[in-house]
Design a protein around this ligand. Structure first.
Ligand SMILES: Cc1ncc(CN)c(N)n1
Length: 230
């Protein structure tokens, strides 16, 4: 009979894997959303794609300051100085991401200065802002950071798999988050999160799990917004 895993057993395999299995349904909802599946099968509505493009630019501008607070927490609280380098590389890729959104939006005729954040985006940005507080533990923040990046990595990697019918003009977008380098960076974040979660008190562990679930819910709402289900 398969009983509940002891904390030691969970630590060996990594808390993230355990949570991914436990919350498989919502994780799949976030990473295999109908919007992503429509890119993958080539039926994507290009207006929906443009909506996503404009809204995500606004999100990324709020995400960068959140990552800056994760960097500060790593500097103050981390037991491993290499964490900072992984987070810094994430900040550098956000810098590229912002430049990419600007050039991509010009290509698609999306005026970024005129994009009004929709409710799901506002809610997600507000949630990020609540996590920027110095009261939020590094372990909770790094787990959140990993989850946000990992959802995009898994989603867009799906659109690049063999057999996918992703339209040629969207392949570069998919490669941005679905490429192997981004996958390795997400693995590095996951390793840090697992290391921290493996030695955190139970109350912080619970906070990290609840926050992870909130991220997955926000990601689903974010895709819904672009896919016309808002
Ligand atoms: C909503 C959302 N989630 C994640 C990412 C990946 N940085 C993003 N750009 N936007």
């Amino acid at each position: 009979m398969e009983g509940k895993k002891t904390r030691e057993e969970v630590e060996k395999s990594g808390m993230i894997d355990t949570w991914m299995k436990k919350h498989r349904l919502i994780y799949t909802g976030a990473t295999k959303h109908p919007f992503i599946l429509s890119i993958r099968d080539g039926t994507v509505d290009l207006e929906a794609f443009k909506t996503w493009l404009g809204q995500d630019y606004i999100f990324v501008r709020a995400f960068a300051p959140f990552v800056a607070t994760v960097l500060i927490k790593a500097w103050k609280e981390s037991d491993d100085c290499s964490d900072m380098e992984v987070i810094l590389s994430g900040m550098a890729s956000l810098n590229d991401e912002i430049a990419w959104f600007k050039s991509e939006s010009t290509m698609w005729g999306v005026q970024l200065s005129e994009v009004v954040p929709q409710k799901a985006n506002q809610d997600y940005c507000r949630f990020l802002e609540s996590l920027m507080s110095p009261d939020v533990e590094y372990t909770v923040a790094i787990t959140t950071f990993w989850a946000i990046e990992a959802v995009y990595q898994a989603s867009f990697a799906l659109c690049l798999e063999d057999g996918s019918k992703t339209p040629a003009e969207l392949r570069e977008t998919c490669r941005r988050w679905g490429n192997d380098g981004f996958g390795q960076y997400c693995n590095s974040l996951q390793k840090i999160a697992n290391r921290r979660l493996g030695k955190t008190p139970d109350d912080v562990l619970t906070k990290a799990e609840v926050t992870l679930l909130r991220v997955l819910e926000h990601e689903v709402e974010f895709w819904n917004m672009s896919h016309g289900a808002a």
